[in-house]
Design a protein around this ligand. Structure first.
Ligand code: SF4
Length: 337
């Protein structure tokens, strides 16, 4: 059964920083901070809607959870903890900054039912962290990641691509360093330049230049493959779609179907590698992947037509969602070199 979250957003409250890209109100789409009653209400409603409680976590996202005032953090955790355990949800998930993790806070989190901790690493280059005013170093990410794992929590790491002063090589370096830390999950956020942020000013002054959308897709495709091959789940690639992000976006790589566009590219590469241009090729994929294989707005279908291929997309539900079959040969699109 797939894992899912009951998401509760705790915006910028308590955060001592203003990172170059951050406008938490826009990213989370909420201005009001939740209280214990809001948490109980959300969890009660979710209990009546979610079929598989055990695979579901209550997730506090959006800010730096362990940096918010301690009383407030405990108020939220205590309310959530009432909904964890037998016949209830599987645990609590939080996201925070790498420099807001120590043994004491981990003991507190464990005592209140937290099972997974995601760190906003963003980059493993100290030059990039400094240029984007993160206020922590790559060593903080390493230290916090080790502590989290040693204390028995599931580790998640979040990274951004295309930040100010981060080249594609810097982004690949970050990916490699993250793989070394062996997190269970990763989120990849191609940068979205939002109104009112330092990145927006740098972009408008011409000091901050971005690669093209297609180049960013290509980079993220490489990352999806590398994480897959390292057996690390990429649980998000691209900001989740939200009206407020759409209203406040100035530049960058926000697209509501960003991940699907990347996976479609993997299908394209695989088909191109194994299809024979001189004859019609029947390409089989699972029913759940047919639209991804055909491409966002049929981009792959069009690409093959324009490049002289005759591809007939067909469904074979014995295939896994990441597989294609051409004749009798089955390929995993993440494993094509
Ligand atoms: S630490 Fe997180 S919440 Fe604080 S400014 Fe940076 S991104 Fe925003």
């Amino acid at each position: 059964m797939a894992h899912s979250n009951i998401s509760i957003f705790v915006p910028h409250v308590g955060c001592p920083h203003t990172c170059s890209f951050c406008n938490q109100r826009t990213i989370t789409g909420v201005e009001q901070i939740p209280n214990a009653d809001d948490v109980r209400e959300t969890c009660t409603r979710a209990l009546s809607e979610v079929a598989d409680y055990k695979s579901t976590e209550i997730a506090f996202f959006g800010g730096s959870f362990t940096a918010i005032p301690r009383d407030y953090m405990l108020e939220l955790l205590n309310a959530a903890f009432e909904f964890v355990g037998n016949d209830k949800f599987g645990g609590i998930r939080i996201s925070t900054r790498p420099d807001c993790i120590d043994e004491d806070i981990l003991a507190l989190l464990k005592a209140h039912g937290v099972t997974a901790i995601e760190l906003g690493a963003q980059s493993m280059s100290d030059k990039v962290l400094k240029a984007n005013e993160r206020g922590h170093t790559s060593d903080d990410v390493i230290r916090a990641s080790e502590l989290i794992k040693q204390n028995g929590f599931e580790l998640g790491l979040q990274m951004m691509t295309g930040l100010f002063q981060s080249s594609s090589a810097d982004d690949i370096y970050t990916m490699q360093e993250i793989i070394k830390l062996k997190p269970k999950t990763v989120r990849i956020y191609p940068v979205a330049v939002l109104k009112g942020t330092k990145l927006a000013s740098l972009y408008q002054s011409g000091e901050y230049k971005l690669v093209s959308f297609d180049e960013m897709v290509k980079l993220c495709v490489e990352m999806l493959k590398a994480f897959h091959n390292a057996e690390i789940d990429v649980i998000r690639c691209g900001l989740h779609s939200s009206e407020t992000v759409e209203q406040d976006i100035v530049a960058g790589f926000y697209h509501p179907a960003f991940r699907e566009i990347c996976i479609s590219q993997l299908f394209r590469y695989a088909i191109e590698k194994y299809a024979d241009k001189s004859i019609k090729t029947e390409v089989y994929v699972s029913g759940s992947s047919i639209s991804t294989a055909v491409g966002h707005k049929k981009a792959n279908k069009q690409y093959f037509e324009e490049n002289g291929y005759i591809i007939d997309f067909k469904v074979d539900n014995t295939l896994e969602k990441d597989e294609i079959r051409i004749n009798k040969d089955v390929y995993n699109v993440f494993e094509i070199t």
